[in-house]
Design a protein around this ligand. Structure first.
Ligand SMILES: *Cc1c(COP(=O)(O)O)cnc(C)c1O
Length: 393
C-alpha cells in the first residue's frame, strides 16, 4: 500500500477510536482567560501555576536581554554559546535548590534524555515508575542500560527489581509530581531505597518546582530531602516559572559528567539570553510568591471540597493538577466538549498519554484563578456528573 493510503487508514482508525488529537490556535498570551480561535475561554489547561508566563516582569527582562544580547546565541554551550546570563542562572538555580551545581538544558525533554544515557551503559540498570513522563520513558528506551518499570509509587516493587541487580550502576527515576495524576511520589522511601542499593535517584520535578516546598524549591524539599549524594533533580522552567528550558541540579561530579557526556546538552544550540533573563526574573518572583502558593493551595482545597460534594471522580491529588477520572476516551472527550459549550477549556487526556481505561479530564489550577472561576467550573461540571458515574474506570 502506498504511504499516503496507509496513513489515511491509520488516521481514520484513530478518529474512530476517539484518539485523534487536535490543536487550537490561541490568540492571546497564556492566562486563565484565553482566546481560542476567536472565542474567550476560562482556561484550566496550562502548567502556568503561578501565572508567570504572561507576567510583565518576564517580558521586560526578555526585551532588555534582546537589546543587550541579541536574538540568538549562535553556538552550543561548549563552543561559544555559554553566555553570562546562562552562567548566572545556573548559579542561582543551584543555590535556590541547595545543590552544589546546576546545568541548563534547552527543554525538560532533552534533560531527561540526557540523564540515563550519560550515566548508564550496557549491563547497568534503570528502574522507573510506570507512570513516569513520556520523556523519562523515552530515555529508558533510548539508552543501553536494562530498563525496568515498577508499579506506580510501589517502592517494594522497585526494591524487588534492585535486589537481584548485578549491575555496575543502578538508577531509579521518578516524577516528583506525576504529570497526569497530580500525586506526589514517595520520595523519602525511594531515596532510602536508592541509598541501600547504591543507586542514583533522579527526581523529575517539572510540576513541583516553583509550587511545592519552601519558597517553591520543589517536591524533594517538601519531602525533606537534599539535592546531594545519591539524589539529583531535574526541574523545568516552562511550567510554574512561566519561561522555558530546564536544569539538572546535584553534586558537582554529576554535573561535570553531564557536561562531558550528555549528548542532548552538547550537540544543541544554547538557549537565547532573552529566555534565560526571563527565567532569572521568574526565579526572583517565584521565591517571593508565598501568597500565590497559599492562594493556589486554597483553590485546590476548595475545588476538592466542592467536587467531593458533587461526587465527581476526583483522583488522589493534593497539587494543582486535579484530574477527574472518566475511564473511556469517548467519555473524556464528551465531557471536554460539554465544558467547551460553557466557555471552559479543560483537556481530555487519553491513551497513550495515560493507561487504557483511565482517560480523564485534566484540570490545572493556577494562582491567577479566583474562587469565582472555580465556581464556574464546578457549575459546568455538574452537568457531566451523571455520565462520569456511568463509565467504568
Ligand atoms: C513537561 C514535562 C517534561 C518536559 O519538559 P519540557 O521543558 O516541556 O520539555 C518533563 N517531565 C515532566 C514530568 C513534565 O511534565
Amino acid at each position: 500500500m502506498p504511504w499516503q493510503d496507509q496513513l489515511v487508514a491509520e488516521h481514520q482508525k484513530r478518529r474512530e477510536n476517539n484518539l485523534w488529537r487536535t490543536r487550537y490556535e490561541v490568540g492571546s498570551p497564556q492566562s486563565v482567560e484565553i482566546r481560542r480561535e476567536g472565542k474567550s475561554f476560562l482556561n484550566f489547561t496550562s502548567n502556568d501555576y503561578l501565572g508567570l508566563a504572561g507576567h510583565p516582569r518576564l517580558a521586560e527582562a526578555s526585551a532588555l536581554a534582546a537589546r543587550k544580547w541579541g536574538a540568538g546565541t549562535g553556538a552550543s554551550h561548549l563552543v561559544s554559546g555559554h553566555q553570562s546570563p546562562h552562567h548566572a542562572l545556573e548559579e542561582e538555580l543551584a543555590e535556590f535548590v541547595g545543590a552544589e551545581d546546576a546545568l541548563l538544558f534547552s527543554t525538560g525533554y532533552m534533560a531527561n534524555l540526557a540523564i540515563p544515557t550519560a550515566f548508564l551503559d550496557r549491563g547497568d540498570l534503570l528502574v522507573q515508575d510506570k507512570l513516569n513522563h513520556a520523556s523519562l520513558i523515552d530515555s529508558g528506551l533510548l539508552g543501553r542500560a536494562d530498563f525496568k518499570r515498577f508499579r506506580h509509587c510501589d517502592t517494594k516493587h522497585a526494591e524487588k527489581l534492585l535486589v537481584d541487580s548485578k549491575a555496575r550502576r543502578n538508577m531509579i527515576s521518578t516524577d516528583g509530581v506525576f504529570s497526569m495524576d497530580g500525586n506526589i511520589a514517595p520520595l523519602a522511601e525511594l531515596n532510602a531505597l536508592a541509598k541501600d542499593h547504591d543507586a542514583l535517584l533522579v527526581v523529575d520535578d517539572a510540576h513541583g518546582f516553583g509550587t511545592l516546598g519552601r519558597n517553591g524549591r520543589g517536591s524533594t524539599n517538601l519531602s525533606g530531602l537534599k539535592i546531594k549524594d545519591n539524589l539529583i533533580m531535574m526541574g523545568t522552567l516552562g511550567k510554574a516559572l512561566g519561561s522555558f528550558g530546564a536544569f539538572v541540579a546535584g553534586d558537582r561530579i554529576y554535573i561535570d559528567h553531564l557536561k562531558q557526556s550528555a549528548r542532548s546538552y552538547i550537540y544543541t544550540t544554547a538557549l537565547p539570553a532573552t529566555v534565560v533573563e526571563a527565567t532569572r526574573a521568574a526565579l526572583r518572583l517565584t521565591k517571593e510568591a508565598a501568597q500565590e502558593r497559599q492562594h493556589l493551595k486554597n483553590l485546590i482545597a476548595y475545588f476538592r471540597k466542592e467536587a467531593t460534594t458533587l461526587r465527581l471522580p476526583l483522583m488522589d491529588s493534593e497539587t494543582a493538577i486535579q484530574p477527574l477520572l472518566l475511564g473511556s476516551e469517548s467519555a473524556a472527550l464528551a465531557a471536554s466538549k460539554q465544558l467547551e459549550k460553557d466557555g471552559i477549556w479543560v483537556t481530555a487526556i487519553r491513551p497513550p498519554t495515560v493507561p487504557k481505561g483511565t482517560a480523564r479530564l485534566r484540570i490545572c489550577l493556577s494562582s491567577n484563578h479566583d474562587f469565582n472561576h472555580i465556581n464556574q467550573l464546578i457549575e459546568s461540571l455538574t452537568s457531566i456528573t451523571i455520565e462520569a458515574e456511568n463509565v467504568e474506570a
